[in-house]
Design a protein around this ligand. Sequence first.
Ligand code: UDP
Length: 315
Amino acid sequence: MKKRVLITGGAGFLGSHLCDRYYAEGWEVICIDNLITGSASNITHLIGKDGFQFIKYDVTNYLDVDGPLDLILHFASPASPIDYLEMPIQTLKVGSLGTHKTLGLARAKNSRYLLASTSEVYGDPLEHPQKETYWGNVNPTGYRGVYDEAKRFAEAMTMAYHRYHNIDTRIVRIFNTYGSRMRLRDGRALPTFFRQALCNEPITVFGDGSQTRSFTYVDDLVEGIFRLAESNEVEPVNIGNPEEITILDFAKEIIEITGSKSEIIFNDLPADDPKIRQPDISKAKRVLNWEPATSRREGLLKTMQYFKEQVLNHD
Ligand code: UDP
């Protein structure tokens, strides 16, 4: 009997890469997505294949699927700052109600459950790099609060189901990740800088660009998640690439890699924008024997072709 996995947000950037990975590993994959930020084009290559099923559905509603489930991966959520601004209520609902519904399904099916959490639970961190033991510095009423607090609630709910209902749960804290299938216009720095650089338009750095991020190539993230799901680690695990860079240097790097003529311009810094972000991955190394295999430069070179096609076909 093939193992069966349900992936919510399965037509999104990360979800669709997870559909590919589990399908390639010989699992039967059920992908659920309401397509508000995901896209059917991310899974067209899987649709119609034996052992793959797509269901268009909003997981904040009562949820059931036919047959047994071995694993649920809850990846449904808007996940870029522009999305939270445009869809604050959906963001809160999928992190809270969606987590409750998917945990309820895990309980009914007696399946393992993995929650996609985020480095945003650390907010604008006062500890650097961020270890899993850090409790965070989050503004609950700010614009990003709808995502940060929903994911913090989702973690609490996941642990409660683990402790009270004995559900076999996992929590991954995902740091900034990039690769093919990112939306060109999701407002995040990486696709925006690629688009601007490839079109020789000004690169919009927010603030003075001294804030830092650490970017993870999607294949590395998927490997870390796959290992976490197979492991016995119930407490949260950071998965991210610790190679940290300022956003200004990152803009320069994209200009250099694309051979662009773009200049850099400085716009206002959005409210509550974290000043620093870098994962401490000693736990992932220890419990999953995982570390990123792709340097930022290698990953950006791999991803550039995808963005070139996006700019040509859709912009
Ligand atoms: N950023 C920027 N220019 C843009 C978009 C984003 O300078 O056009 C900055 C943003 O303010 C943040 C960093 O780049 O400091 C990363 O932003 P992103 O939206 O990619 O993700 P975040 O890590 O903030 O969730």
